[in-house]
Design a protein around this ligand. Structure first.
Ligand code: HXC
Length: 258
């Protein structure tokens, strides 16, 4: 598969994936997510690779799912394709460790993708948020479940209900990210951390990852299935269409509460 929306690069035992749609702040469209899945699965299958890093640009890790691509979808569309299942969750399913190196915006699906990785290193300018409520929907790729586990109910509820963003300092204080790194050093630091992991015993690394995830994921699946169904149901509202159309047309949405 030739990639147009991501770049890939092998750094010793580390597979580095760079999200690369600079004109759209790395908005996650279907093509990008298909390519990301393909790259993750290739590195997963490659015996020379022991860990992976996903990063974006210094301005945006990813500003969310592609709103312009989602805007015309109906409830039937998102329900029937089980929108996001096919290609969105690979980062959370691979068995080798995946580090998210986040600079700039990680919003909506971008924040959710970062949280699917095993841990997040944040550039000093990182901004995390779940602003879907402004579009008449809710997070649909695990955000309500994973963010709550990372930062606790109060902060997660405020972020999901008001779209308030968290900066890197607050994200570190709240346990969303493991460390803050100067933006210019971010990718190198993530690659060197991934290299350390890749040089360890692979079975012990994979079992350690599986074990930490057991503590974290028990009952997560039920929450995520619930979230996906109610996320789909919002595509039956007029407000979803209005919220997303207003974004694309650069105007304030006129919600009708239906
Ligand atoms: C499509 C997007 C986009 C997105 C930015 N762009 N985010 N296109 N989907 N999520 C595009 C803009 O339309 C614009 O294109 C270009 O990228 C640059 O963005 P600007 O808005 O001009 O940049 P700036 O003023 O710096 O503002 C940055 C920003 C803003 C604050 C991040 O772009 C923003 O609010 N973006 C949307 C964030 C969001 O709502 N994310 C959640 C999406 S819903 P043009 O062509 O005008 O130059 C979601 C649901 C996931 O993620 C559910 C599971 C699938």
């Amino acid at each position: 598969m030739a990639y147009e929306c991501i770049l890939t690069d092998t750094r010793g035992p580390v597979g580095l994936i760079t999200l690369n749609r600079p004109d759209a702040l790395n908005a996650l469209n279907k093509q990008l997510m298909d390519e990301l899945t393909d790259a993750l699965m290739k590195y997963e299958a490659d015996d020379a690779i022991g860990a992976m890093v996903i990063t974006g640009s210094s301005k945006a890790f990813a500003a969310g799912a592609d709103i312009k691509e989602m805007q015309p979808k109906s409830y039937m569309d998102v329900y029937m394709e089980d929108f996001i299942t096919a290609n969105w969750e690979t980062a959370s399913k691979v068995r080798k460790p995946v580090i998210a190196a986040v600079a700039g915006y990680a919003l909506g699906g971008g924040c959710e993708l970062a949280m699917m990785c095993d841990f997040i290193l944040a550039g000093e300018n990182a901004k995390f948020g779940q602003p879907e409520i402004n579009l008449g929907v809710i997070p649909g790729a695990g955000g309500t479940q994973r963010l709550t586990r990372f930062v606790g109910k109060s902060k997660a509820m405020e972020m999901v209900l008001t779209a308030r963003m968290m900066d890197a300092e607050e994200a570190e204080r709240s346990g969303l990210v493991s460390r803050i790194v100067p933006v210019d050093d971010l990718v190198e630091e993530a690659v060197s951390t991934a290299t350390k992991i890749a040089e360890l015993s692979r079975p012990s690394v994979m079992i350690a990852k599986e074990s930490v995830n057991k503590a974290y994921e028990t009952m997560l699946r039920d929450g995520i299935m619930f979230e996906r169904r109610v996320f789909h149901s919002l595509f039956a509202t007029e407000d979803q269409n209005e919220g997303m159309a207003a974004f694309a047309e650069k105007r304030k949405p006129a919600f009708k509460n239906r």
